[in-house]
Design a protein around this ligand. Structure first.
Ligand code: GLA
Length: 418
């Protein structure tokens, strides 16, 4: 009798556990198999903002023409082959009202063919289409938001349009709505059956750090997340992002991995604000940080120099490393910083950044063991990633004198000889 009682009790326990799990699972897994390496592509916001005046500025306004033009460039100018895959719409694409069935609708003047036709076009170029929504009453630009009531409908609408990525922003809502909504959208996207990369701006609205931000949960429900302020077209802005990532790396670094990445925001190389050297810094640190690489620039007029940086194969190889381990700031010696990322097969990428603005290149005398690269006792082959140059085979104590320009970077790629 006693045994039977125990059995009944365990069965009940098991049943309630199963019920609990069944309730929990839809919220606790973004089961789309996407982005085993950080996503790459192009996104409209930083460069094109909410420019909706197509009469005055037909080439640069937020319209299907803009996205088709960028898709053309990505397909024809070598971007797609290098992995730049997503063409992503940001804010200001919709009408200010939903349609009679409550669905979001694209502005018919700027998107006369509709989003589904745009997705078809982008797909015909071998690329993927991203779209933007905002968990709140309005988008940041004042367009209709996605409220808790419309999450499923909006997910279904995006899937019906065959969209491949959703950036879900967080203006005009509070923390409790976000705590429910971001998980709910994750499940709603899963429920569509279409693999849709899910980029969550949630942490950026909660200060980016625990206890407000739960990175374990984020990794389970989102593919990428913005944790800090918007990138602007300036060195100050890029530097402030790098500094925030360095300062908070013990929290941020373990959160990243295959399928789920920290997103320090768009690449602004090719725009107006960065020097050639500063553009290299952004690209090098974004590679070390295993960041998504979404360019926001004009691919129709981009300079050869900017293209060289963004299409540097070794930089992209480092960014896309399959180990998926985010790098860290390992040495600070003002105004120099050393950032290091572990790669597959015992390889490393090390960025030496000079934050100084005094105009003088700085020396950083070092060697592999000082960079804590010691596993392969016979030494390593060392390459300069931007100069595309083989610097030689180095023993662990061979002196390496790195000279770094002001607001510039040197990126070494280091391969074991063992
Ligand atoms: C927020 C986001 C930006 C962009 C704008 C659009 O500021 O962080 O990336 O999407 O909204 O209004």
């Amino acid at each position: 009798m006693v045994l039977e009682g125990k059995a009944v009790f365990s069965t009940m326990l098991l049943l309630s556990l199963i019920t609990l799990l069944a309730l929990a699972v839809p919220y606790l897994s973004l089961d789309n198999g996407l982005v085993r390496t950080p996503p790459m592509g192009w996104m409209a916001w930083e460069r094109y903002r909410c420019n909706i005046d197509c009469k005055k500025d037909p080439e640069n306004c937020i319209s299907e023409h803009l996205f088709k033009s960028m898709a053309d460039r990505m397909a024809e100018d070598g971007w797609r082959e290098l992995g730049y895959q997503y063409v992503s719409i940001d804010d200001c694409w919709s009408l200010k009202t939903r349609d009679s069935q409550g669905r979001l609708q694209a502005d018919p003047e700027r998107f006369p063919s509709g989003i589904k036709a745009l997705a078809d076009y982008v797909h015909s170029k071998g690329l993927k289409l991203g779209i933007y929504a905002d968990l709140g009453n309005y988008t940041c630009g004042g367009y209709p938001g996605t409220t808790l009531d419309t999450i499923s409908l909006d997910a279904a609408t995006f899937a019906a349009w065959e969209v491949d990525m959703l950036k879900l922003d967080g203006c005009y809502s509070n923390s409790s709505v976000k705590a429910i909504g971001y998980q709910k959208m994750s499940s709603a996207l899963n429920a569509t059956g279409r693999p849709i990369l899910y980029s969550c701006s949630w942490p950026a609205y909660e200060g980016g750090l625990p206890p407000q931000v739960n990175y374990t949960l984020l990794g389970e429900i989102c593919n990428t997340w913005r944790n800090y302020g918007d990138v602007q077209d300036s060195w100050d802005s890029v530097l402030s992002i790098i500094e925030w990532y360095g300062k908070n790396q013990d929290v941020l670094q373990p959160a990243a991995g295959p399928g789920h990445w920290n997103d320090p925001d768009m690449l602004i190389t090719g725009d107006f604000g960065l020097s050639f050297g500063q553009s290299k810094v952004q690209m090098a640190i974004w590679a070390i940080l295993a960041s998504p690489l979404f360019m926001s620039n004009d691919l129709r007029t981009i300079s050869v120099n900017a293209r060289d940086i963004l299409q540097n194969r070794l930089l992209l190889y480092i960014n896309q490393d399959s180990l998926g381990r985010q790098g860290k700031l390992i040495i600070e010696k003002k105004p120099l910083e050393v950032w290091r990322r572990e790669l597959v097969k015992g390889q490393y990428a090390v960025a030496f950044m000079n934050k100084g603005t005094d105009g003088t290149p700085r020396d950083f005398p070092t060697c592999l063991s000082m960079l804590n690269i010691t596993e392969c006792a016979t030494g390593y082959k060392v390459y300069d990633a931007f100069e595309k140059e083989f610097l030689g085979e180095m023993k662990l104590d061979t002196p390496i004198d790195v000279i770094v320009n002001p607001t510039g970077v040197v990126l070494l790629f280091i391969v074991p000889t063992c």
